[in-house]
Design a protein around this ligand. Structure first.
Ligand code: ADP
Length: 275
């Protein structure tokens, strides 16, 4: 918003000047545009499985009414479409809950080592199914961090889910939790959780946009593997809330590494009263 004093012609009755306040609505318009795009995207994402469900209901009523094997196939597809709508709604609700709390930095102490081990263990069946080997490294001397356990579990869930979905069958999934001392991270102490896969990688030009809602490199692939396009947007918001940092690196044909840095909990110095 800016204001400017304009001399009046003809002059005002009291000989004064007018204060004209002009506001720059560019940002406001950009926010409105983003909101409208978001609603359009959500509607489209929900409408696609819904259209498929409605189509199959019609087919079950008509052409497939006397074809039990076809009915079984269609019911399976319908169950999958319903599950996809459910995932989308779960992710949308997560996003809006996170946005509501984004201004409050979590203060509860969080034990990262057991959380990461637990989340990785829950992926074991999927790793076995895809013949993916796990390489887990958790440093013993991690500084304490403050964090929201449910939200950090969601970060891990989304990163591991992507590493499996877009990883290579028979490849390695590496997960590490370390306290790095490198100039790529902020000077203050922190913990880095890194999830690396050996998938096809992400072309460089897409990297800056991956955390946008519904942004996918390959829409067809994302849908086929059950993605909603909201996973990394959720990760970004949670990391922001924790005042952390997110880095996504990828090498075509080699794989992708997503790293989350969280600040170490500030140690309060004990104050002694000297009177
Ligand atoms: P989705 O639900 O589609 O997986 P995400 O927000 O988690 O949505 O990721 C956005 C897009 O980024 C994905 O659609 C995919 O194209 C790409 N992506 C994310 N993680 C990886 C990865 N580990 N390897 C390759 N591509 C990835």
């Amino acid at each position: 918003v800016y204001a400017t004093v304009v001399p009046m012609d003809p002059p005002l009755a009291d000989g004064g000047q007018a204060l004209v306040v002009l506001s720059d609505r560019t940002r406001e318009r950009a926010v409105e545009r983003m909101r409208a795009d978001f609603v359009a995207n959500v509607s489209h994402e929900l409408r696609t499985p819904l259209a498929s469900l409605i189509g199959f209901v019609e087919t079950l009523r008509g052409p497939a009414a006397d074809d039990p094997p076809a009915q079984q196939r269609f019911l399976e597809i319908m169950a999958e479409q319903g599950a996809r709508m459910n995932r989308l709604i779960d992710d949308l609700l997560s996003l809006s809950r996170i946005e509501l709390t984004e201004h409050q930095t979590p203060a509860e102490p969080l034990e990262l080592a057991p959380l990461v081990s637990h989340m990785v263990a829950s992926f074991e069946p999927r790793l076995t199914e895809r013949n993916i080997q796990l390489a887990l490294q958790i440093d013993p001397d991690l500084p304490a961090v403050a964090g929201d356990a449910d939200q950090m579990a969601q970060v891990l869930e989304n990163l591991l889910d992507n590493a499996v979905k877009y990883g290579r069958d028979g490849g390695v999934l590496s997960v590490s939790v370390t306290a790095p001392q490198s100039d790529r991270w902020p000077v203050r102490r922190g913990v880095v959780i890194a999830v690396a896969d050996q998938g096809a990688g992400i072309p460089r030009e897409h990297l800056p946009r991956l955390t946008e809602r519904f942004y996918r490199v390959d829409k067809g692939r994302s849908r086929a593997v059950g993605g909603t396009g909201l996973g990394l947007a959720i990760v970004k918001h949670i990391v922001n809330r924790h005042r952390g940092q997110l880095i996504i690196e990828s090498e075509m044909g080699q794989g992708t590494t997503v790293s989350v840095w969280l600040p170490a909990q500030q140690v309060r110095s004990r104050l002694t009263n000297t009177v």
